[in-house]
Write a protein that binds this ligand. Structure first.
Ligand code: EPU
Length: 301
């Protein structure tokens, strides 16, 4: 979708940088996604005005964070993407509290906190993506989830059209799901973390990195696990047991390392990946009677 010149001028006055005809394949860890205009929101305080301008100009939009857990449609996309600038995100510590911009890299946050003798998030070290994305999905690994550490989130709420601050207790954090609305935009977060000596945090980080390296296809293009684990079960184990590792549709392939990672083994597009997901979902349903739910967020045209 393309923004017209008049709207582009108004957006510029609100501190928005317009990037025309961006390939979202280059902004996602799967390397899949079509083309559209991208709006970089340099000034958080103007976001409500930007959003009302987009609404009055009838410009549909999606908010793209780190791009590590999203499968985006192919071709010219019928919406623009909004993005927070990622250069030099704010991060500072006071006592056991970390104040972080949502655009910060999650791994960078974990190591920054470690250097200030704060732990509790070691398990999240290899989870790719932004702090905002981690919040939205309640990212978790190796027994750690981000949710329990959250004390406050500053966000743009689509429902009110305002920037609001929510207390941690007002937010529901479930398994890979939160009470945020899909069009809420995370801006900043305040986390409370337990004190832990740097060397101990580092040792925990090393263990998690090693576990991840030995079981996940880290050097291939993926969006992490493609399906949620069903209650009490493991999507990866079920797909593996069905002999589906290496199964492919075009260049979309079930990883031969971890069966719940679907990788782009070349020039996969969104329809290949969706077809592969459908095939695997059907095979798992036929064999186990379990309906796998997407973990990856799908943005179709
Ligand atoms: N397994 C297999 N074959 C496979 C993959 C896994 O038999 O191809 C078996 C493993 O041997 C193990 C069990 O299945 O006994 C569970 O596997 P694993 O420990 O790799 O964990 P997972 O349940 O597949 C979850 C999260 C990961 C997270 C890891 C580590 C989900 C959907 N996945 O994977 O998160 O990194 O635990 O905590 O909850 C993600 O969210 O994108 C993600 C990758």
């Amino acid at each position: 979708m393309r923004i017209n010149d008049q709207t582009a001028t108004q957006l510029k006055e609100l501190g928005v940088e317009l990037r025309r005809g961006v390939s979202l394949a280059e902004q996602t860890s799967l390397g899949i996604g079509g083309t559209t205009d991208e709006l970089l929101l340099h000034r958080y305080e103007t976001i409500p005005e930007v959003m009302s301008l987009l609404a009055s100009a009838s410009i549909p939009h999606r908010f793209l964070g780190g791009g590590t857990n999203v499968l985006i449609g192919d071709g010219e996309l019928p919406w623009v993407v909004l993005h927070l600038p990622t250069a030099r995100p704010g991060m500072h510590i006071e006592g056991n509290t970390a104040y972080v911009d949502a655009s910060a890299d999650l791994g960078a946050l974990v190591t920054f906190c470690a250097k200030h003798d704060l732990g509790g998030m070691e398990g999240l070290i290899g989870v790719p993506g932004s702090v905002g994305g981690a919040l939205r999905m309640n990212a978790g690994a190796y027994g750690t989830q981000i949710g329990p550490h959250v004390r406050e989130v500053e966000l743009y709420r689509a429902a009110s059209g305002e920037i609001e601050t929510l207390r941690g207790a007002e937010i529901r954090f479930d398994y890979r799901h939160t009470s945020f609305a899909p069009d809420d935009m995370m801006l900043r977060v305040k986390l409370e973390l337990p004190s832990k000596p740097y060397s101990e945090v580092l040792a925990g980080i090393r263990v998690c990195n090693e576990k991840r390296r030995s079981s996940q296809p880290l050097n291939q293009k993926s969006a992490g696990c493609i399906f949620k684990n069903p209650p009490g079960g493991s999507a990866g184990r079920m797909i593996d047991e069905l002999g589906l590792k290496g199964h492919r549709v075009g260049d979309a392939m079930v990883s031969d390392r971890h069966a719940n990672f679907f990788v782009n083994a070349g020039h996969a597009n969104c329809s290949d990946m969706l077809k592969l997901m459908d095939e695997v979902r059907e095979r798992v349903h036929a064999a186990y009677g379990v309906e796998l739910e997407n973990e990856v967020i799908v943005w179709q045209n």
